[in-house]
Structure formats: structure tokens, C-alpha cells
Design a protein around this ligand. Structure first.
Ligand SMILES: *Cc1c(COP(=O)(O)O)cnc(C)c1O
Length: 241
């Protein structure tokens, strides 16, 4: 018997990890009174090579997330993306906007009106409307991306005026914690804000997506109302930079 190649072993791990995560998402959804199909599962593919990403897609992944514009664009030609959505989830600099608009299905990391303006401008230029999420810095952490909570109301009214942007919901990355109660404090706070904005029925602002929860805390996030979890290392193993 020949020994399995390193890549074959990695492929087996990916398949097995995806199965386990899907089961946990189902259980967490059920616990929160929802169905498995109410929760979207994004596989975060930053630093992961195209072979392993394509393996995940072959195993049924239909939504991938990348952090870096350059990295995504260089991998994109080799990815089997038919039927697969891709979202940008990492911090986006204004000067990279023209490169990414039209190349992803959603930008989840919009956290300034300057950035939103540029996305709208570049989208108009190529005749598309770009779906976005507003990234909120829920814990008010310094040196962290995301819109400060106290600016959210004004921001909503500003962004709702932009012609080529469609707001689909909110995204957040809470402080890292292994404590379930601590996680739920921030996830629940986000969920309340999401529900509150939805009830205001602001023109051009939809609250369909609440993107929160990563490898270490996605079950907590679902328990607190998340409907899109972004999971990387639990699928592919620790990232090698
Ligand atoms: C890397 C990343 C993730 C996934 O993190 P894991 O802990 O590996 O699951 C999710 N969201 C964002 C914005 C990220 O940058």
C-alpha cells in the first residue's frame, strides 16, 4: 500500500472538518429555533492555496471569504467559482476599490463614508450595484477596523443616499474570548442593533444579513442571532503566513 500524499491527507481533513462544522451549525440553528438553511456558512480562504479551496468547493462550499484584494484576484482565475459566491471580508483601502468592485459578490467590510463613496463611484463607472455590509466595531476597541457604534445612525442615512451601493446588513468581529458569556454579550448587542435598524425601514438599507462568528465562537454567534458565520481555521487548520 502506498502512503497517502500530504495533499490527500489535507483533502480528507477538509472534507471531515466541513462535515463536522455543518453538523454543529445545524445543531446551533435548531437550538436557536431556526433551520440549517437559515444560516449561511462562509469558508474563509485567506492564505489557503487554490487546490484546497477547490477541494472545499467540491465538498459543497458555496460561499468563500477573502481578506486581501491582491491575494483574491491572483487566485481567482484558478478557482472553480461557478455557483459559488465570494465576499471580501478584510479591511479595504480606498485606493484598492477600483480593483475589487465587480469582482466579488459582496464587500462585508465597509466602515467609513469615504470608502462607501468610492465603492459607489467605482460601481457606477462599470454599471453595477455593489452589495455591502457595514462593519461595526461593537466593543469600541482602539486600533480595530469597523465603524464606531456612535457613528452608525448618521452613517446609515449617508450611505442610503449613494446610488450604486446596496446595504444588506451588518458584520462584526468582536474581541477574541474563550468565554461564552463574554462572546454572547457582544453578539446579542449586535443582534439588537440589527433588529432595531430593520424596524426603521430606511430607504436602500436592508437588514437581511448579520455576519458574525468565526472558528472559535460561531456556535455562540448563531445562538445570539447570527445568520452568516465566517469560518477559516476550523476548515483548513491553522493558517501559515
Ligand atoms: C480570518 C477571518 C475569519 C476567520 O477566522 P477563523 O478564526 O480562522 O475562523 C473571519 N472573519 C474575518 C473578517 C477574518 O479576517
Amino acid at each position: 500500500m502506498t502512503e497517502k500524499s500530504f495533499l490527500e491527507k489535507q483533502f480528507e481533513d477538509i472534507e471531515c472538518n466541513l462535515k463536522k462544522i455543518n453538523e454543529k451549525i445545524s445543531a446551533a440553528a435548531e437550538k436557536s429555533g431556526r433551520k440549517r438553511e437559515d444560516i449561511r456558512f462562509m469558508t474563509v480562504t485567506k492564505t489557503v492555496d487554490v487546490f484546497r479551496i477547490n477541494k472545499a468547493i467540491e465538498c459543497g462550499v458555496d460561499l468563500i471569504g477573502e481578506n486581501n484584494v491582491q491575494e483574491f484576484l491572483s487566485k481567482k482565475p484558478d478557482l472553480n467559482l461557478s455557483g459559488v459566491e465570494s465576499h471580501l471580508i478584510g479591511h479595504l483601502q480606498t485606493n484598492k476599490v477600483s480593483k475589487i468592485v465587480g469582482q466579488v459578490d459582496m464587500i462585508e467590510s465597509v466602515d467609513s463614508i469615504k470608502l462607501a463613496n468610492e465603492i459607489s463611484k467605482q460601481s457606477l463607472k462599470i454599471g453595477v450595484t455593489t452589495d455591502v455590509l457595514i462593519e461595526v466595531n461593537i466593543a469600541g476597541e482602539e486600533n480595530k477596523t469597523g465603524l464606531p457604534l456612535e457613528q452608525l445612525n448618521d452613517f446609515l442615512y449617508e450611505i442610503s443616499k449613494l446610488p450604486a451601493i446596496k446595504v444588506k446588513g451588518l458584520m462584526t468581529i468582536p474581541p477574541f474570548s474563550l468565554n461564552n458569556a463574554e462572546n454572547c454579550k457582544f453578539f446579542s448587542k449586535m443582534h439588537n442593533i440589527y433588529v432595531d435598524i430593520r424596524s426603521k425601514k430606511i430607504h436602500n438599507i436592508n437588514m437581511d444579513i448579520l455576519s458574525m462568528g468565526m472558528s472559535g465562537d460561531y456556535e455562540d454567534a448563531i445562538a445570539c442571532g447570527s445568520n452568516l458565520v465566517r469560518i477559516g481555521s476550523a476548515v483548513f487548520g491553522p493558517r501559515i503566513y
